[in-house]
Design a protein around this ligand. Structure first.
Ligand SMILES: [Zn+2]
Length: 409
């Protein structure tokens, strides 16, 4: 808690949200809870964080105003960096216009958008947050859809381009009761009502445009369901321009990769995905064919001896999938056992498989082979996999498995 008492600050932004330069008297210089220096003034044009709208920045004399805080019931604290003015001094304040205009555009845009949802669907806005790159409203909208939301965006932009006057009414509670307020205020006593001419009346303490045209444009970036409401992310004014530039850059970069016009890139991506699926299918078929051909060759070389053919091989550089495929192709031949291995960085892998009419237990063979590789492995009686870090023991492990198979035959 703040351990000092401040005089209530006269808020110049209430009467004029475009007032950027002002003179004031320093009523106190204090430390905030986290130890930063803060200046209290008798009057200020700086907006402190509140009502979903972030603080203004600017200068006080030669000091930089880096944050403005609403000190509960006491006034506005200007957190400064640099030389803080002395108590009792007269100081010139200057609000950063780019940031103020941005807040004006988002905030006024929000009033208009929220009323558009009420007008079209009777859907109230339950909360509003202005973030650094976009803003969010949570709207009580039933059955949301792109079309529904875009219709509200259309309506909001009609109001913006009508360039309607924005008026501030300071009214009593009784007077407020006669106004068509979009939402009730929790405040008692005098109320500040923002009117967007003939469209929206809502109680608000923020900074707003002089006329709706100053908002420029409002666009919905995305929406999602959130806690029974619909969360709409939107951008207005200059942010919409920045957002358009980003989106356009991305769309053009993607289109350039496909050598198509910007708006054809989604189609091009879909085509590529389709081609990719077809190729994968053909690749799988070719791989199966290659595995069968390789299996045939290996079987010809294999010693048929007493009728059980054993293919025991180290195939350098073969990946796990390739080994599995070849082992399966071999095991699809009668009375055949495949004992395959390959080396990879940091170790060796093994795949053992046998045809259904061969007896040896691949799982048991794999377990003992993996002991030699100092690794792990296992599987079913007809197919097992494993591996381990001792790659130098791979040949011996396969030979040992082959001997064991022949001995059992
Ligand atoms: Zn407002």
């Amino acid at each position: 808690m703040l351990d000092f008492v401040l005089m209530e600050t006269e808020r110049l932004y209430y009467a004029d949200s475009h007032l950027l330069e002002f003179e004031a008297t320093v009523s106190a210089v204090v430390r905030t809870e986290d130890g930063r220096r803060a200046v209290a003034l008798d009057r200020t044009a700086f907006y402190p964080t509140g009502g979903g709208q972030p603080f203004d920045t600017g200068t006080l004399g030669t000091a930089r105003v880096v944050e403005c805080i609403e000190a509960e019931g006491a006034g506005v604290l200007h957190v400064v960096e640099g030389d803080a003015p002395a108590e009792g001094a007269t100081v010139s304040g200057r609000v950063d216009w780019a940031r103020r205009l941005d807040h004006i555009q988002q905030h006024t845009g929000q009033h208009i958008l929220s009323q558009a949802f009420v007008e079209l669907y009777g859907a109230q806005t339950r909360s509003f947050r202005m973030m650094s790159d976009a803003s969010e409203i949570d709207v009580d909208l039933k059955d949301p859809s792109d079309e529904k939301i875009e219709r509200a965006i259309e309506r909001a932009n009609e109001i913006i381009w009508d360039d309607r006057r924005v008026r501030v009414h300071n009214v009593t509670t009784e007077e407020a009761a006669r106004l068509p307020l979009r939402r009730d205020s929790a405040r008692e006593g005098e109320l500040r009502v923002i009117e967007i001419e003939g469209f929206d009346f809502s109680p608000c303490g923020g900074t707003h445009a002089r006329s709706s045209g100053e908002v420029g444009i409002a666009c919905a970036r995305q929406w999602e369901r959130a806690k029974g409401l619909v969360r709409i992310t939107f951008v207005a004014g200059r942010r919409a321009l920045e957002d358009y530039r980003r989106a356009n850059r991305t769309a053009r970069a993607v289109a350039a990769l496909f050598s198509v016009a910007r708006d054809e890139s989604a189609e091009a991506v879909a085509r590529l995905q389709d081609e990719n699926r077809q190729l994968q299918k053909r690749l799988r078929a070719s791989e199966a064919l290659a595995a069968r051909a390789e299996a045939r060759e290996l079987l010809e070389e294999a010693d048929a001896g007493d009728g059980l053919r054993v293919v025991a091989r180290v195939l350098e550089g073969r990946d796990a999938e390739g080994l599995r495929r070849l082992a399966a192709a071999l095991a699809s031949n009668a009375r055949t056992v495949a004992l395959l291995g390959s080396r990879e960085e940091g170790g060796a892998r093994l795949v053992f498989a046998r045809s259904p009419d061969a007896a040896p237990d691949m799982n048991a063979l794999m377990r003992s082979a993996c002991v030699a590789l100092e690794g792990r492995g296992g599987g079913r009686a007809d197919m097992a996999q494993g591996g381990g870090p001792r790659a130098e023991a791979l040949d011996a492990a396969i030979e040992e498995a082959a001997r064991s198979v022949r001995d059992s035959a």
